[in-house]
Design a protein around this ligand. Structure first.
Ligand code: HEM
Length: 427
């Protein structure tokens, strides 16, 4: 990461620089957000020589406002981070997926796959989700310990989304690997695979993300060719192959971008809701005991886990016209970043927001965003987190964290890379 200049750093409230992955990796962002909500709810975070500066939004109501005005705050100029100050020619052109599309095309494209994500589709899939969960837990039965992320939490979302896309099980580990590279590109562990001599640099991160995308997109081009040659009926890739928007078939680029989004969005976030959920339950033994004694509280506990963990740190938008938020002028072309962990602990919305309360009601958290781009997979994510904790706490009632979690260096994903757990009661 190229550093912020000393002059720019001097303008930061309390020196808080939200471009810093370190702040999030150390799990220190909540205190930073508390200060910002109180003192600088809409503030300019200067960029670097490489990255744009951006307006930081930390209040719940401001996230609602931006998310609900997709014509004024667009997604097509990028949704992760604030974007490069001098993008290479051609970047941002060509195919994009729904998450970086604006109305009216966004809705038309989203409709193509909507049927696969309705509450009914989720309900129909529940027995399968439970069966997969039990297969995953069977693999660690009889053991005393495991890396919860590698062996448990990452496995369920991976199986669900890959299953929906009709990908054979032998390909799932590759999807895990590509996703880690794409979303973990700022983290030394994933950079080292591509550029050991550039670990910790901007170049290392860029190379890592590009390599992950190149490999994943190459994989999907092959899958697409296969589906065209051997059409199937019911998987998401085949549906996209057969789909039309405005009378035209989707291009190869459109379909590959869609598949890339589904895999990336479908597995990394849910994995972290499950890992983060276990951490918070272990940190709050009284709430955990309440849940174990009364499993019917699970749906409400899942909502609190989502609020608490906010698996996505942010989404960004670009203003299309001069506007104002809380009296602060925002010019056309400027970036705004919506910080979900902050909105989800906003004192104006949530009573006692720093209390983890599995019966919290109301709990209208924004972990899945809201409005035009509201998470397509929210129903599946909720079902996966619920079923995983139902089975996990039933089969491993004594499971405990057994060492510090290794967290992802990222201001985008609230990631846990490794989580040592003890599966059985201490002897
Ligand atoms: C706990 C897990 C999850 C969290 C916290 C999460 C969070 C989010 C958020 C905040 C957005 C909004 C983006 C925006 O406003 O710009 C989003 C969009 C999206 N999510 Fe999720 N997500 C999760 C799980 C999933 C799953 C399991 C899938 C797929 C199976 C998925 C697929 C998508 C897609 C396709 C979009 C784009 C929707 C659009 O642009 O219309 N997500 N997600």
């Amino acid at each position: 990461m190229s550093p912020i200049s000393p002059e720019a750093a001097a303008t930061l409230p309390h020196g808080i620089n939200l471009l810093e992955g370190r702040l999030f990796q150390a799990n220190e962002m909540h205190e930073a957000f508390r200060i910002l909500r109180a003192e600088a709810p809409v503030h300019w975070n200067p960029g670097t020589d490489r990255f744009n500066g951006f307006w930081s939004l930390v209040k719940y109501e401001d996230l609602l406002h931006v998310s609900r005005h997709p014509e004024l705050f667009i997604s097509s100029k990028g949704i992760g981070g604030s974007g490069l100050r001098y993008p290479p020619p051609g970047q941002g052109e060509g195919s994009s997926s729904i998450i970086t599309m604006d109305p009216p095309r966004h809705v038309k494209m989203r409709r193509l796959v909507n049927k696969g994500f309705t509450p009914r589709a989720v309900l129909q899939m529940e027995p399968k989700i439970r069966a997969v969960t039990n297969t995953i837990l069977d693999r660690v039965q009889g053991r005393d310990s495991c890396d919860f992320v590698l062996e448990v939490s990452s496995q369920l979302p991976l199986a669900v989304i890959c299953g929906m896309m009709g990908l054979e099980e032998e390909h799932w580990p590759a999807m895990f690997d590509f996703t880690n590279q794409i979303l973990g590109s700022g983290d030394a562990e994933y950079q080292a695979r591509v550029a050991p001599d550039k670990v910790g640099t901007f170049e290392g991160a860029t190379l890592t993300a590009a390599d992950g995308n190149r490999r994943m997109n190459g994989f999907f081009r092959d899958i697409l060719a296969d589906r065209r040659a051997h059409p199937r009926e019911d998987d998401l890739v085949s549906i996209l192959v057969e789909s039309e928007v405005d009378g035209e078939r989707l291009t190869e680029g459109d379909i590959v971008a869609f598949c890339n989004l589904l895999v990336v969005a479908g597995n990394e976030t849910t994995r972290n809701a499950i890992s983060g959920g276990l951490i918070v339950l272990c940190e709050h033994p009284e709430e955990r005991a309440r849940l174990q004694a009364e499993p019917s509280l699970m749906p409400s506990a899942v909502e609190e886990i989502l609020r608490w963990t906010s698996p996505l740190h942010h989404m960004s938008r670009e203003a299309t016209a001069d506007t104002e938020i809380r009296g602060q002028k925002i010019a056309a072309g400027e970036k705004v970043i919506m910080w979900y962990p902050s909105a989800n602990r906003d004192e104006d919305i949530f009573d006692d927001p720093y209390r983890f309360d599995i019966t919290r009601d109301p709990n209208e958290h924004l972990a899945f965003g809201i409005g035009e781009h509201f998470c397509l997979g929210a129903g599946f994510a909720r079902a996966e987190v619920r079923i995983m904790f139902e089975e996990l706490l039933r089969q491993f009632p004594d499971i405990q964290i057994d060492g510090p979690p290794e967290r992802l260096r990222s201001n985008f994903i609230n990631g846990v890379k490794h989580l040592p757990v003890r599966l059985t009661a201490a002897r």
